[in-house]
Design a protein around this ligand. Structure first.
Ligand code: SF4
Ligand code: SF4
Length: 340
């Protein structure tokens, strides 16, 4: 069921955690002269979320992630650059994107756009094919926005935040992969009295994590696997730094929700559930362990990115299986929820 071998091909680029404060390339990219504050690469906003922190929240999805989880439900957030998502079924055969492309990247068959040469594509500077599109067959994921522009978007829902104890959740991708932007955004959000949450995989330089935490009210922290070897198979990186960072965050006294994305055949065995629950229960500031059942809603996005989805055909757990995992975790005295 689980393709243990070949989970990560050698060609997978795993951007290191050493991006640091100054060197991440998307922070250097200035699309135009109006940028006099940090610019971030945003894949999307999700308004009225009730699953990613308390109350009603807006989620800001930042692009770029140092992990490459084979089950990732948001694969469009992994790359640190804008990229094309292709939906050939939407194509109406007008040919406008072919005419507009300066590098002949798009190709058609049967009158429909079927592929894009991502190697030749001139993103992020170009974007012509999206500008001329009529039918959403070519969609560019990733917009460079200033901190002020993101805050403007967040402030549209201020009324809901106030009445429900909600706020903003920074997610991704891995939001800490854009450290300077995230730090500034979180500080400015706090200045506006917004409640702030961050979802992280924890694979971050400690100094960056510690600094941003000054502006964060709660952390949603993923543990994908307690076994280092299995963690590397499923995500491309070791879990050493992740577990150390979780302990360090706990020592800061910041409220934490540990999240376990429950993936069939990968981390759903009793031993791993027990180890995860024991680790969470041993920390002082963990409010709960949230079990997030695997689903397949992200699979079409892998196709739109023209990347293989390695879990094709893997069936999600049924409800009883998920509840059984939750019961195992509860034996360790930690509060457990299903779904976050
Ligand atoms: S972004 Fe520009 S270079 Fe890339 S496929 Fe579209 S038109 Fe061609
Ligand atoms: S850490 Fe999250 S965003 Fe990054 S690859 Fe894994 S599931 Fe996707």
């Amino acid at each position: 069921m689980w393709p243990v071998r070949g989970l990560l091909r050698p060609s997978h680029r795993l951007p290191g955690l050493n991006a640091g404060w100054r060197s991440s390339r998307f922070q250097l990219y200035q699309p135009d002269a109006r940028r006099d504050e940090p610019v971030g690469l945003i894949s999307d906003f999700q308004r009225f979320s009730v699953h990613d922190g308390p109350g009603i929240r807006t989620i800001v999805f930042l692009k770029g992630c140092p992990l490459h989880c084979v089950w990732c439900q948001n694969p469009e957030t992994i790359s640190h650059l804008p990229e094309i998502m292709l939906v050939p079924n939407n194509c109406i055969g007008c040919g406008k994107c072919l005419e507009a492309c300066p590098n002949s990247c798009t190709s058609c068959s049967d009158g429909r756009v079927q592929a894009v040469s991502r190697r030749r594509c001139l993103l992020p500077e170009c974007g012509n094919c999206q500008r001329v599109r009529y039918a959403n067959a070519i969609n560019i994921c990733g917009r460079y926005l200033t901190v002020g522009e993101v805050l403007e978007e967040l402030e549209r829902d201020l009324e809901f935040y106030c009445h429900t104890g909600g706020g903003v959740t920074f997610s991704g991708g891995e939001p800490f992969a854009q450290p300077r932007f995230l730090d500034t955004l979180a500080r400015r959000a706090k200045e506006r009295k917004l409640h702030t949450a961050v979802e992280t995989c924890g694979y971050v330089q400690w100094e960056i994590l510690r600094r941003v935490m000054e502006s964060i009210d709660i952390v949603l922290f993923d543990i994908k696997h307690m076994d280092g070897k299995r963690h590397r198979q499923g995500t491309g990186v070791s879990n050493d730094l992740i577990l150390v960072n979780l302990k360090r965050l706990d020592a800061l006294g910041i409220p934490i929700r540990v999240r376990l994305p429950l993936v069939p055949g990968f981390n759903d065995n009793e031993e791993n559930i027990q180890a995860t629950a024991a680790f969470a229960a041993g920390l002082e500031n963990v409010q709960a362990l949230d079990i997030l059942p695997y689903h397949r809603m992200g699979e079409p996005k892998w196709g739109q990115l023209e990347k293989p989805y390695e879990l094709h055909g893997v069936a999600p757990h049924d409800r009883e299986e998920v509840l059984a995992c939750a019961d195992i975790a509860r034996e360790y005295g930690v509060e457990v929820t299903v779904g976050g």
